[in-house]
Ligand binder design. Sequence first.
Ligand SMILES: [Zn+2]
Length: 493
Amino acid sequence: MVAMEFEPVIGLEVHAQLLTRSKLFCGCSTQFGAPPNSNTCPVCLGLPGALPVVNREAVTMAVKAAMALGCRINEASVFARKNYFYPDLPKGYQISQFDRPLGKTGRVTVFSGERADTGKIANRQEKVFGITRLHLEDDAGKSIHEGLPDAGSKSYVNLNRTGVPLIEIVSEPDFRSSQEAYDYLTDLRKTLLYLGVCDGNMEEGSLRCDANVSVRPKGSEKLGIKVEIKNLNSFRFLQRALDYEIERQVKVLSQGGEIVQETRLWDEAEAVTLPMRSKEEAHDYRYFPEPDLLPLKLDPAWIERLRQELPELPGPKMKRFIEHYGFSIEDALLLTGTAELAGYFEECARASGNARASANWIMGDLAYVLKNSGKEIKDSPIPPDRLAALISKIDSEEISGKIAKTVFEEMARTGEHPLEIIQRMGLVQVSDEASLGALIDGILAANPKQVAEYRSGKTRVLGFFVGQVMKETRGQANPQVVNELLQNKLAGG
Ligand SMILES: [Zn+2]
């Protein structure tokens, strides 16, 4: 019997908290970490008679995100009540969008690769993934079952998060490996950060991801029974949970079993997914249009203005870096990691006129300095114009690559301009043929035995003479000039 080959089918539902200062339907602050239940009012507590008013900034951010993901913007979308009971949901419903979401049928192009067992990503190429919909909704609060003295017998609730604006981004079931899902989520997070609409912090819950996973025999068109996985609090969890769940489903089916439609939680400590509750059907939420809010109508001219204001997004920026600078996909991915990093690179490349060297310094020495000091590129001790000045000094052969490393270390340590450091430490490279020539004449005269050896064919002693010149000049002689002068003088005998 031949073992059947299966392929996974994965879709992701991402909730991203929008970076507004106030909540979606009231003026309460969205600040993270405020004293429990201090950011609340009658509207977000769902008290009778309180009426919601939609936050214009939240709509603006959601529209920008929808456009960046290639969605069609609905000029009229409808808020709907999603009804369910939970202690952290005082209204008894979330205000969401159902059959008329803000944005739909989008698509994104992601440079996605294949992951080897070693963890190395190879064969990165452009892949297109569909976005089903993007809608606005308000968040629920937070139940706390741990960390308080009487947590054994009581649960607590913090309603600060109740009513905070979210966008939910639902992908098509287009991912065929955990790596594709990982690459999509990475790209999505990057896009939201470029737009400045979400801080992308998965640990604080401002970016949350659930996955729908099924497997089917390879070549089959029919979808298998899907399982929803929750509690994916990091990119690593997402990948590990998907790999585990795909393997589990294949095993069940290979042994003639059946997949149960259910929600499972990722348990990172045990590295398994565990059943949570059987999947509620969508109609259990009894969606109906929110009677306290009119349909959300957007002016086409205003939408167009927002489109003009969109920054260059990570995808187009990557393509430009590959085409314009001739970078590899991996280098372009790294350098466009954040808008700030890409901006730093371009400023340095422009000022120095040397894009390749700028990229190498930024991805190498500068990345190392930032990592060791726990700093972001925007707090770099070395501004881009100063790194460019250093690169220019190397390119004009005023300093050697070796001296440049010393200057760079000083720049990182003191924040000084490279020219000041080169002056202060007397590090200018000596390329002057007259003074180097005189020095070499002296060295040759003092070492007649080695000169004779060279002239008898043992040209290896050239290294000895180079060493002597470097010693005399404390490493500041231009090695290329020294080599040429030495060869001429030794040959000229
Ligand atoms: Zn409120």
